[in-house]
Ligand binder design. Structure first.
Ligand code: PLP
Length: 498
């Protein structure tokens, strides 16, 4: 490591964090990146203080805090060491009624996460990126839409229209908040369609939902803050929060939604700063939180001062009935921030998402967005606007839903005789399947990759719970019907041979 690392990750001019919090953040990042592996001695207080140009007491305080959080440990007279995994930052929320007697249960789940090599092998963002980068003929790991189902023909025509209307568009920066015309069109669309009353100022354009999660995390979270997330959850979101120094608590998402009493109990006692959720056609499970829970969530959030981050990245991909209104529609106190991405099912190459929230939070998001990229590319926004305002976009979404429903049914039919179990989703891109007891997701994956079939093992989405050991996510959105039939037949053949 050297000066470059510390300059990159540590700035004594960062006013948002106290100095010792910055040191905590720095140490967390170095451990997460694998620079400082588990059970290898960390720099001494003196040498880290020297490296970062801070007082020794500042580093000492940071190490004490990290020790308390369970991130590092001390060996007598020898120094400080990193723990074997991030299990300390990811805590399953035990049933609230058993809570007082579950200390042991919590410990044993954490220990499982720390000890199981499959968790560290495939965890989080890293695991997802790794498995998705495998070149497979039968690609069920990508929760992306087959490019041939996306609108490819009209972009040239739309691009010409954009340049006719705005000849200097490529020579101009967007405002930090995003193109006003696009924000206006989105505000009107959301207001008409989803029963929100939104103004143009309450919309921020980001480069995808992922950037939106990152901006929210950077602007709201401080080291040690607690974040409530679903279990299982979208892996990269967990990783973003952890890198911000947050401690995670999980609450199960089920076909019937959440355990609302458990959520209330958690908000009351653990005081999470935010609750990140993906309540419509949830990734990876496909579950949708019912309307009555949606109505109650903003009330709870307001009462306990917890911000709800509603990630609604596949709201439009429904097979049949429209899903219930977003939770944002029931929020009257500014306790919900809503993320809506169009990058997946309209134009991944443009990477457009919208964040809607009330003004106070918007100001804070804008100051972070200004530092991150000073506004998403204007050309992408104008091009997207052209499509957004034409009837073609809704026609495309309608056709896409039909095509995806057929692929989902093809996959389900191919799995019918497998003995694997799942809840059929009414929208989204994925099946979340429970394997028979003897079949281990990571072992199945290793064998499948040899046969050019890929999928995502459950522990990427659930690193501490039981489902991570028994479930897999198969995406039906990327492979075509023929590939689905052939790939699933191969996969089942492999599983039977194990
Ligand atoms: C729940 C969820 N949120 C966010 C994202 C990232 O979306 P984007 O491509 O808009 O950054 C994904 C993509 O898989 C997702 O499934």
């Amino acid at each position: 490591m050297g000066r470059n690392n510390s300059e990159l990750l540590f700035s004594t001019t960062d006013q948002a964090l106290k100095l010792y919090e910055q040191v905590i953040h720095y140490v967390n990042v170095r451990i997460d990146r694998g620079d400082w592996p588990a059970d290898v001695k960390l720099p001494s207080v003196r040498s880290l203080a020297q490296e970062l140009g801070v007082h020794r007491l500042t580093v000492f305080r940071a190490y004490q805090e990290l020790k308390q959080q369970g991130r590092i440990y001390v060996k007598d007279k020898s120094g400080y060491y990193a723990h074997a995994s991030h299990a300390n930052t990811l805590k399953p929320l035990a049933a609230y009624s058993e809570r007082s007697s579950t200390k042991q249960g919590l410990h044993s789940e954490s220990a499982y996460a720390a000890d199981d090599p499959s968790v560290s092998a495939w965890r989080g963002m890293d695991g997802l990126t790794r498995v998705q980068s495998v070149n497979a003929d039968f690609q069920f790991s990508k929760s992306l839409i087959d490019p041939s189902l996306l609108p490819n023909r009209y972009w040239g025509e739309l691009m010409m229209q954009v340049f006719e209307k705005h000849p200097k568009v490529a020579a101009t920066y967007s405002s930090v908040q995003g193109d006003a015309e696009l924000r206006d069109a989105m505000a009107q669309h959301f207001s008409a369609d989803k029963h929100f009353a939104l103004s143009t100022d309450e919309v921020l354009i980001t480069s995808g939902a992922q950037q939106a999660i990152d901006l929210i995390s950077r602007s709201l979270l401080r080291t040690g803050d607690r974040v409530l997330i679903e279990r299982p959850a979208y892996g990269p979101a967990m990783e973003i929060f952890r890198r911000q120094g947050a401690r995670l608590t999980t609450t199960d998402i089920r076909p019937e939604g959440y355990d609302m009493d458990q959520i209330e109990w958690c908000m009351k006692t653990e005081k999470p700063r935010l609750f990140y959720m993906n309540p419509t056609f949830h990734n990876p499970t496909g579950f949708t939180v019912p309307d009555e829970q949606r109505k109650r969530l903003p009330e709870l959030a307001e009462r306990y001062g917890c911000l709800i981050v509603e990630d609604d990245s596949t709201y439009d991909i429904s097979f049949g009935q429209k899903p219930p209104s977003p939770i944002f529609a029931y929020d009257i106190s500014g306790s919900v921030v809503y993320i809506r991405s169009y990058s997946k099912y309209v134009a991944p190459g443009l990477r457009i998402a919208a964040v809607t929230c009330r003004r106070q939070l918007m100001a804070s998001l804008l100051s972070v967005k200004a530092l991150v990229d000073n506004g998403s590319p204007l050309l992408n926004q104008k091009l997207f606007l052209q499509y957004f305002q034409s009837p073609r976009m809704q026609q495309h979404i309608k056709k896409l839903c039909i095509a995806l429903q057929i692929r989902k049914e093809t996959m389900e039919d191919s799995l019918r005789e497998s003995g694997w179990t799942w809840t059929s989703p009414s929208g989204g891109l994925n099946l979340w399947l429970q394997l028979p007891f003897a079949l281990k997701p990571n072992e199945l994956l290793a064998k499948s990759i040899e046969e050019s079939v890929s999928f995502v093992p459950g522990n990427v989405f659930d690193p501490v719970g039981a489902e991570g050991k028994t479930h897999v996510r198969l995406s039906y959105s990327y492979a075509n019907e023929q590939q689905i039939k052939e790939g699933i037949s191969r996969l089942l053949c492999i599983s039977r041979s194990m």
